[in-house]
Design a binder for this molecule. Structure first.
Ligand code: NOJ
Length: 987
C-alpha cells in the first residue's frame, strides 16, 4: 500500500510531468517559424541588409571608413592603426582601433574595436549594470594556441597608391594589401587575391551613441521618448535601436545599436562550406532569394529548435563561425570570432568575359556578408592552399579534437528513458543474449528525483552502483544526463548552494534569473564565472554525486540554453553574466562554458586538484569553436523519417570540416517511430558517424536492435559488427583529427580538391585516411546507389572485392543487408575481426591488415593504438605504425612512426609490455597480380629491438578472379606483432 505522502508525491510528479509534456508537445508539432526570428524581424540584421542594399544600389556610395595613414605602425608581426568612421552628413568621426596580426602559421587576424569617446560616451538605460564595453573575451574561450607572431612578416611598398602592404606566410607568398580609403583588405597568395574584406563597402560598425530623449512636448501618447543621436541620421531605421519586441518579449537594449558587419568576398571561388550548424547541403546556398535558394541569411544563434526542418538556413543548437571557400586546387577560409547572434548572407556572381579579368575570366565569385549584433570585429584569414592547411591552421587556434576513449567511438544505446535500474540491466542482458555489441547505455532526465540533477529517483533507481557494476562486467559504461537548469525548489542542495554562493545567471536588474525548463521553475548556473566553474567541479566528485562510479560519464543537454518560456526558447539577451556582460554578447559561447565546466569536473572527480588520468567523455548539444577540445556533439532532435536520415550526412560532414568532427545524429530518429527498414538503414549509416548512438523520444515505441526481429536484427548486428571490426581504423582517424584537425569523415572536395565536379557532393564520405568510401542508403526501397569516384583509381567492394574504376559514377548494389562501402586502391586498412560484446574486451585481440592494391601497385596505411582510456599516450604510451607495401619488391613493411627516443618513459615501456603479445592474425591482399597464382608461401622477417630476429615462412592462400571481382590472397597467422618492426616478402 502506498502511504498518503507517497501517493501525493506521485500525483504531483505526474502532474508536473504532464505539464512539461504539454509545454513540450505544444511546441513540437512541427517547427514553429513564428518562434524564431527572420532577418527582417531582427533589428540589426535588417539594418545591415538595408545598408548593404544601399551600398550596392547607390552608384555614388562612399563607404565611410578610412584608415588614417599617419596612424599606421608595423612592429614584430603586428600592424596597428586607426580606422576613422565618418558620420553621415556630419564632420564628426568615430575612431576605431585596428590591429592586424600576422602569425607564424600563416594566419592573419584583423581586429577592429571602438574607442571610448569623451563626449557622447555610451549611456545606459534602466540604470543597467551591463558592462560598458564591446565584448572582447570571446578569444579567452575559443583560442588556445597558434598565435605566435610571424618573425618574417614585413611591410613593403605596394604597387597600388594608398595602400600598406604586408608580406607574410610561407616564404612570404602571402600578402595583405591594406587599402586606406575606403578601408579594405585584399589577401593574396602568389600575387592573386583570394579573400577580400570590404570590397563591396558593407563594413559597418554601429558606434555607441547616447540615447537622446525627445522633449516631452514632442512626444505623442505611448510613443518612445527617443530621437536619433543626430537628427541628420534620419535615413537609418532606428525603430529597434533602444528596444526590440518579439513574441511577447521585449529586449531592452541598454547600449543601443552596436552591431558589426563586413563583406568578405572569395574571388573565383564557386563553393563555400561551413558555418555549422544548419540542416542543409554542405555547399552553402545563396541567401538572397532566387530559384531553390534561401531568402534569409544563415543564422547562428544557438537555439533549441524543436522539430527542425530540412534544407534551411535557420539556426540550430551550435555555432561555428568558420567558413571555407573552394575552387579548383585551392581552399581558403575565414573565422569570424564573435559570440553574439550572427547572420551570414551568401551570394554568388559570375564575372563577364572581360579579357582584363586576369585569371578569373568568366568565373564565379562568392560574396558573403557577416553581421553580428555586438562585440568586436575579429576575423582570422587562412590562405590554404589545401583543405588540410586551412583546417590545421584553424585547429591550432581553437584546439584539436579531444582524443576520446575507445568506448566513446563504439556504439551507444540511449533512449528517453530507461525507466529503472532493472530496465538497464535487462537491456544489457538482452544485447548479450542477441550477441549485439555495445559499449554504453544512457540515462535521460527521468533517472533523477523530480529533475533534480545529481540525485537518483529512489523508487526507480534504487541501486545505481549495482547497475554500473553489472555494466562493468563487460567493460560497459553508463552515461547520465546533467543539464544546466537547476530546479528552483527548497531543500535541494544544488539550488541552495547556487543561490547562496550567487553563481547563477542574473536578470537585467541584477537579480537571480528565473525561467522554465524540464524541472519547472529553474535557475541557470553561470559557467562564465570562475567560482561557478569551481563549484560545478565539486558536484561531480564521487562522494558528492553519489551513485556514480568510474564507468559513469556525462551528457550535457539544453545548454543553448533552452528556456521554455524565454524569447526564442532561450534567455533574454539583457540577462547578465559574470563580469556584467550581457547575455547578448556571449550567447553562442554559453553552451561551451557549461560543457567546459563539466569536462573539468570529470577530470577532477577523483581528486580535487589533480588531473584524473582518465579522459573524460561528455556529450554536448550546444557548441562553439573550441568545443571539439571537450567531447562529442550530436545533431539534436531529428525525426524518424528518410529526409532526416539523408540530412544527417551533410550535417556531420559539415561538422568534420569545421574542426569538430566527433559528431553524430540520433540513430533511428528522435521523434516518431521508424519503420524497420528505416531503422536498419539508419544503423548502417550510423556505423559511419564518428559518434554512433541510437536514441529515441520518450513517446516512441521501444526500439533496441533485438526488438526489430529478423532479418532486421541480424542486419543491424552486422552493421554494428562492421563498426567494431573497423575500430582500429576509426581510432587512427580520431588520432589524426587530434593531431592535425583533419575531419574523421571527409567529403569529396576535401579528398579531391582538384576535382570541381565533386565539390558539391555531400552524400558519400571517406573514413579518415583509410581510403574507405561509404555511401549510406538514405532512401526507402533502394536496392542500389550511385557512387561518384573522383580519381583515376581502382575501388573494390569492401565485402566481395567487386572492382570499380574511376573517374566515373558507378552503381553499387545495396539490398537491405548491404552497406555500399568501397576501398580505394593504394591503402592498407587495419581491423579486428573477432566479435566481442564491447570494445573494451577487444583490447588484446589480434589484427587483420587489408592491403588494397590499386593502379600503382603500392599501398600504405597507418595504425594508432594506445590504452584507449588514459592520458598516458601524452607520455609516449602508444603504438603508431606505418604499413607500406611496395610492388617493386612485393614486400610489406611495418615501420615505427613514434618519434625516436633514447629513453622511453616508464608508461611507454609498461604499455608496450602490455601489448607485446598482440599480433597480426591475417593479412589480406586485394587485387593481387596474376603472377601470384600458385604462390603458397611468404617470407616473414621480424626485428626485435632494431635487430633481425630471423626469418620464417607463412602460408599464403590465393583466390583467383571471379566475375567482376578482384583476385585476392590471404596470409593466415604471419606470426608478427602489431607493435613490432617486420617485413613480409611476397615475391
Ligand atoms: C532534448 C534532447 O535533445 C533529447 O535528446 C533529450 O532526450 C531530451 N532533451 C530530454 O532530455
Amino acid at each position: 500500500m502506498l502511504t498518503l505522502y507517497e501517493s501525493q508525491r506521485r500525483l504531483t510528479a505526474f502532474l508536473l510531468l504532464l505539464l512539461t509534456f504539454c509545454a513540450y508537445f505544444t511546441l513540437v508539432v512541427s517547427v514553429k517559424h513564428e518562434n524564431f526570428k527572420t532577418c527582417d524581424q531582427s533589428g540589426f540584421c535588417k539594418r545591415n541588409r538595408a545598408y548593404a542594399d544601399t551600398a550596392s544600389s547607390t552608384s555614388l556610395w562612399q563607404a565611410p571608413y578610412s584608415l588614417d595613414a599617419s596612424s599606421v605602425k608595423f612592429e614584430q608581426g603586428i600592424l596597428t592603426g586607426t580606422v576613422l568612421k565618418k558620420l553621415i552628413n556630419s564632420d564628426e568621426t568615430v575612431r576605431l582601433p585596428l590591429t592586424i596580426s600576422f602569425y607564424e602559421s600563416g594566419t592573419a587576424r584583423v581586429t577592429l574595436d571602438e574607442e571610448r569617446r569623451q563626449k557622447g560616451d555610451i549611456v545606459l538605460r534602466h540604470d543597467s549594470k551591463a558592462k560598458k564595453q564591446r565584448y572582447n573575451e570571446a578569444e579567452k574561450w575559443a583560442i588556445v594556441g597558434g598565435t605566435s607572431l610571424s618573425s618574417g612578416a614585413a611591410t613593403s611598398k605596394g604597387s597600388e597608391k594608398g595602400t600598406t602592404n604586408v608580406h607574410y606566410g610561407p616564404a612570404g607568398t602571402f600578402e595583405a594589401v591594406i587599402r586606406h580609403e575606403p578601408f579594405g583588405i585584399d589577401f593574396k597568395r602568389d600575387g592573386v587575391a583570394q579573400v577580400k574584406f570590404n570590397d563591396k563597402g558593407f563594413l559597418n560598425l554601429e558606434h555607441w551613441r547616447p540615447k537622446v530623449e525627445k522633449p516631452a512636448e514632442d512626444k505623442k501618447e505611448g510613443e518612445e521618448a527617443v530621437v536619433a543621436e543626430s537628427s541628420k541620421e534620419v535615413t537609418e531605421d532606428q525603430s529597434t535601436w533602444w528596444d526590440e519586441s518579439f513574441g511577447g518579449n521585449t529586449d531592452s537594449k541598454p547600449k543601443g545599436p552596436e552591431s558589426v558587419a563586413l563583406d568578405i568576398s572569395f574571388p573565383g571561388y564557386q563553393h563555400v562550406f561551413g558555418v555549422a550548424e544548419h540542416a542543409g547541403p554542405l555547399s552553402l546556398k545563396e541567401t538572397r532569394g532566387g530559384d531553390g535558394q534561401y531568402s534569409d541569411p544563415y543564422r547562428l544563434y544557438n537555439s533549441d529548435v524543436f522539430e527542425y526542418e530540412m534544407d534551411s538556413p535557420m539556426t540550430l543548437y551550435g555555432a561555428i563561425p568558420f567558413m571555407q571557400a573552394q575552387k579548383k586546387d585551392s581552399t581558403v577560409g575565414v573565422f569570424w570570432l564573435n559570440a553574439a547572434e550572427t547572420w551570414i548572407d551568401v551570394t554568388k556572381s559570375t564575372s563577364s568575359a572581360n579579357p582584363l579579368s586576369l585569371g578569373i575570366l568568366g568565373s564565379t565569385t562568392t560574396n558573403t556578408h557577416w553581421i553580428s549584433e555586438s562585440g568586436l570585429l575579429d576575423v582570422f584569414v587562412f590562405l590554404g592552399p589545401k583543405p588540410q592547411d586551412v583546417i590545421t591552421a584553424y585547429s591550432e587556434l581553437t584546439g584539436f579534437t579531444q582524443l576520446p576513449q575507445q568506448f566513446a567511438i563504439a556504439y551507444h544505446q540511449c533512449r528517453w528513458n530507461y525507466v529503472t535500474d532493472e530496465d538497464v540491466r535487462d537491456v544489457d542482458r538482452k544485447m548479450d543474449k542477441h550477441r549485439i555489441p555495445y559499449d554504453v547505455i544512457w540515462l535521460d532526465i527521468e533517472y533523477t528525483e523530480g529533475k533534480k540533477y545529481f540525485t537518483w529517483d529512489p523508487m526507480t533507481f534504487a541501486d545505481p552502483l549495482g547497475m554500473e557494476k553489472q555494466l562493468d562486467e563487460h567493460e560497459r559504461k553508463l552515461v547520465a544526463i546533467i543539464d544546466p537548469h537547476i530546479k528552483n525548489e527548497g531543500n535541494y542542495h544544488v539550488v541552495d548552494e547556487l543561490k547562496s554562493k550567487d553563481l547563477a545567471v542574473h536578470n537585467k536588474e541584477g537579480n537571480i534569473y528565473e525561467g522554465w525548463c524540464w524541472p519547472g521553475s529553474s535557475h541557470w548556473v553561470d559557467c562564465f564565472n570562475p567560482a561557478a566553474h569551481s563549484w560545478w567541479k565539486s558536484l561531480f566528485r564521487y562522494d558528492k554525486f553519489k551513485g556514480t562510479a568510474k564507468n559513469t560519464w556525462i551528457w550535457n543537454d539544453m545548454n543553448e540554453p533552452s528556456v521554455f518560456n524565454g524569447p526564442e526558447t532561450t534567455m533574454p539577451k539583457d540577462n547578465l553574466h559574470y563580469g556584467n556582460w550581457e547575455h547578448r554578447d556571449v550567447h553562442n559561447i554559453n553552451g561551451m562554458t557549461f560543457h567546459n565546466a563539466t569536462y573539468h569536473a570529470i577530470l577532477a572527480r577523483d581528486k580535487e586538484e589533480d588531473k584524473n588520468n582518465v579522459r573524460p567523455f561528455v556529450l554536448t548539444r550546444s557548441f562553439y569553436s573550441g568545443s571539439q577540445r571537450l567531447g562529442a556533439m550530436w545533431t539534436g532532435d531529428n525525426q524518424a523519417d528518410w529526409p532526416h536520415l539523408e540530412a544527417s550526412i551533410p550535417m556531420i560532414l559539415s561538422m568534420g570540416i569545421s574542426g569538430f568532427p566527433f559528431a553524430g545524429a540520433d540513430v533511428g530518429g528522435f521523434f516518431g517511430n521508424p519503420s524497420k527498414e528505416l531503422l536498419t538503414r539508419w544503423y548502417q549509416a550510423g556505423a559511419f558517424y564518428p559518434f554512433f548512438r541510437g536514441h529515441a523520444h520518450i513517446d516512441t515505441r521501444r526500439r533496441e536492435p533485438y526488438l526489430a526481429g529478423e532479418p532486421y536484427t541480424q542486419i543491424i548486428t552486422q552493421a554494428l559488427r562492421l563498426r567494431y571490426a573497423l575500430l582500429p581504423a576509426w581510432y587512427t582517424a580520431f588520432h589524426e583529427a587530434h593531431t592535425t584537425g583533419a575531419p574523421i569523415i571527409r567529403p569529396n572536395y576535401y579528398v579531391h580538391p582538384g576535382d570541381e565536379k565533386g565539390f558539391a557532393i555531400d552524400d558519400q564520405l571517406y573514413v579518415g585516411s583509410t581510403g574507405l568510401l561509404a555511401k549510406p542508403v538514405t532512401t526507402e526501397g533502394a536496392d542500389g546507389v550511385d557512387i561518384y569516384l573522383a580519381d583515376k583509381e581502382k575501388y573494390f567492394d569492401y565485402f566481395d572485392y567487386w572492382m570499380y574504376e574511376g573517374p566515373t559514377t558507378v552503381k553499387v548494389a545495396a539490398p537491405l543487408d548491404t552497406i555500399p562501402l568501397l576501398m580505394q586502391g593504394g591503402h592498407i586498412i587495419p581491423r579486428r575481426d573477432r566479435p566481442r560484446r564491447s570494445s573494451g574486451l577487444m583490447r588484446y585481440d589480434p589484427f587483420t591488415l587489408v592491403i588494397v592494391l590499386g593502379h600503382s601497385g603500392d599501398a600504405n596505411g597507418t595504425l594508432y593504438l594506445d590504452d584507449g582510456e588514459s592520458f598516458d599516450y601524452e607520455e609516449g604510451a602508444y603504438i603508431h605504425r606505418l604499413f607500406e607495401y611496395t610492388s617493386a619488391t612485393a614486400t610489406l613493411m611495418s615501420r615505427d612512426l613514434t618519434p625516436a627516443s633514447s629513453s622511453p618513459s616508464k608508461k611507454t615501456k609498461e604499455y608496450l609490455k602490455s601489448m607485446e603479445k598482440v599480433r597480426v592474425e591475417k593479412i589480406i591482399v586485394v587485387n593481387v597480380p596474376e603472377s601470384w597464382n600458385g604462390k603458397k608461401e611468404v617470407e616473414v622477417s621480424e626485428e626485435l629491438e632494431g635487430k633481425s630476429a630471423g626469418t620464417r615462412m607463412a602460408e599464403l592462400e590465393w583466390h583467383g578472379k571471379v566475375e567482376g571481382r578482384a583476385a585476392w590472397a590471404v596470409v593466415r597467422d604471419p606470426g608478427v606483432l602489431i607493435g613490432g618492426g617486420w617485413r613480409v616478402g611476397f615475391a
